[in-house]
Write a protein that binds this ligand. Structure first.
Ligand code: GLN
Length: 571
């Protein structure tokens, strides 16, 4: 019987973090897929957390939730989007996860009395996990991204794993280092030395890279290519220039211009099976992303933006991408503006109570930030936790509702839209969520049945309502029209829900729950009829995790449509 193809590509990072390993990994995957291979991708994160779910997004970026409910790293989202696939928890591991299973196996006597050691048992466990993920995905090639940067202590065991795998399968394992080449402004010349050091650090753990992906502001010139090749032990054609790009969708296209796919296949002793249709579609889309010039302006109001003196939008990466490609497909460029919800917190008592023109102008004088929202074609409040910035969000949502600015709320953004409605339409001034003020008389959003115990016992890791669940849609609503079907499956990550006690009252006063769990108990989508507001909709789930560049998500697309319509009307 012919031996099955099984090839491993390790992607590691050099010089700095955030250099684009995730997009590189995804792009290499996309290219090899386009050459006709079954490809999967995996992420190894070096931290001790068992998953990314307990980390603050400003520490770690977005928590990407898989269909099976695993709370993972944002790079997993890139893999799903580029490879147009859905991954499972088998494709994600952390130091904590690996150690946990080794310790559990030891307790179960799986090692049959052996002394269990960091090496080789941890690398063996990692190799088992990689092979298991490849089996499950029925893949021929797996790309494994090792988190962190070479030279640091944290990821050393994973590099040791890669080295061990290469020794046993010399023709089947390949290494790519994504490194950074700075051009210090005072020097004015692109510097290769940090990359040379990074490669040397990799050499010192027994690994010689096959490819060096050189990330820099501008393209690499021949001189620097040759220098890197000479000092890092590779031939010049293995040094791939990866300059900054406006659109990440260009990265695979640029790599292919450099024939990276063929070069990798040759190294792995494989042949191209001919470019597939999906590749042409990707190229068309990447081209279209460039051609759209006309902007729509969308405010994203959240709280996980600040890190020291810097603004980081990574916490909402999938939301941002989903907005961007929904807009591209409709011929527009989404200009996103990050607004910190806390800046909208303290407002005059009368604010936005009457959206008539005169009043609006007066408010503008008193409170420029809120009135400034009029400039946007749409407003989005993404998911979140805790009470910081919440009053600001509620003020923004009220403004969007009363001024008929298209509003899209995701998870917390949906819960807060319902709370805002209860406060200002139903008149429950103290309406809130148990998460914000458990003592309030009107808990419009309350803890889900089955979650109380988790909270009481402090069982907080991986215990939310996570992953894919079905919902049933109500005929004649924005949601039903957008999806075009009665039943949907979407990914969740929450502990609280719209309190069933208030549903009837909210509906009597005009709010429509257009999506519910199949049993009818959990409210999955809330919206206002289009006769009242052009687009006011919130989803309890996270549609951004199902959105794909080539297949934008129906609700994001419906939002963008309303955004474009407002843009036209206000011009
Ligand atoms: N904090 C809310 C809950 O746990 C919403 C969660 C979210 O936005 N992902 O229900």
């Amino acid at each position: 019987m012919k031996k099955k193809t099984r090839k491993y590509i390790f992607v590691v990072g050099g010089v700095i973090s955030g250099v684009g390993k995730g997009v590189t990994t995804s792009s290499i995957g996309k290219i090899l897929q386009s050459h006709g291979y079954r490809v999967t991708a995996m992420k190894i994160d070096p931290y001790v957390n068992v998953d990314a779910g307990t980390m603050n997004p400003t520490e770690h970026g977005e928590v990407f939730v898989l269909k099976d409910g695993d709370e993972t790293d944002q790079d997993m989202g890139n893999y799903e989007r580029f490879l147009e696939t859905s991954l499972t928890r088998d494709s994600y591991m952390t130091t904590g996860r690996v150690y946990l299973s080794v310790i559990q196996k030891e307790r179960a006597l799986t090692y049959k009395g052996k002394c269990v050691q960091v090496v080789p048992h941890i690398p063996y466990e990692v190799i088992d996990r990689i092979n298991h993920a490849v089996d499950k995905a029925n893949a021929e090639i797996v790309i494994i991204e090792v988190g962190g940067t070479v030279g640091e202590y944290e990821n050393i065991l994973f590099l040791e794993t890669a080295r061990m795998l290469k020794i046993k399968n010399p023709d089947d394992v390949l290494f790519a280092i994504v490194s950074y080449l700075p051009t210090p402004s005072k020097v004015g010349e692109m510097k290769t030395k940090p990359t040379q050091h990074a490669v040397r650090a990799l050499n010192s753990v027994g690994i010689q890279p096959d490819f060096i992906i050189a990330r820099s502001d501008v393209a690499l010139d021949e001189k620097r290519k040759e220098k890197i090749a000479l000092f890092c032990n590779v031939i010049p054609e293995s040094v791939i220039s990866a300059p900054d790009v406006d659109s990440i969708y260009d990265v695979p296209v640029n790599f292919e211009k450099d024939k990276l796919g063929e070069k990798i296949l040759r190294r792995l002793k494989l042949k191209s099976k001919g470019k597939n249709e999906g590749w042409k579609e990707w190229e068309r889309f990447a081209r279209k992303a460039h051609s759209v010039k006309d902007e729509v302006r969308i405010a994203v109001v959240g709280k996980y933006f600040d890190t020291g003196d810097f603004i980081l939008s990574d916490s909402y990466l999938s939301v941002i991408e989903a907005l961007k490609y929904s807009a591209i497909h409709q011929g527009k460029k989404a200009k996103l503006v990050w607004l910190s919800s806390s800046t909208f917190e303290s407002l005059p008592a009368t604010v936005s109570s009457n959206p008539s023109g005169a009043n609006r102008r007066r408010q503008a004088g008193k409170n420029p930030p809120l009135a400034g929202l009029e400039e946007f074609d749409g407003i989005l409040v993404p998911g979140g936790f805790g009470s910081r910035g919440i009053e600001g969000n509620l003020n923004v949502i009220r403004f969007a509702r009363e001024h008929k600015i298209p509003y899209f709320g995701i998870c917390y953004g949906m819960q807060l839209a319902v709370i805002e409605y209860a406060r200002n339409v139903l008149g429950y001034k103290d309406a809130t969520s148990r998460e914000i003020d458990p003592k309030s008389k009107h808990l419009i959003v309350d803890i889900m049945e089955g979650q109380k115990e988790n909270l009481e016992k402090g069982n907080l890791g991986g215990s939310m309502r996570l992953g894919a669940y079905e919902a049933v849609l109500e005929k004649g609503t924005i949601a039903r029209t957008a999806y075009g079907v009665d039943k949907i499956v979407e990914r969740h990550r929450h502990r609280f829900e719209v309190n069933p006690t208030y549903i009837e009252e909210l509906e009597e006063k005009g709010l429509v729950f257009s999506g519910r769990s199949p049993s009818g108990t959990l409210m999955e989508i809330a919206e206002l009829p289009t006769s009242v507001h052009p687009f006011f909709l919130g989803t309890q789930f996270h549609p951004e995790f199902e959105a794909r560049p080539l297949h934008p998500h129906p609700v994001f697309s419906a939002f963008i449509k309303a955004v474009i319509a407002r843009g036209k009307n206000t011009k």
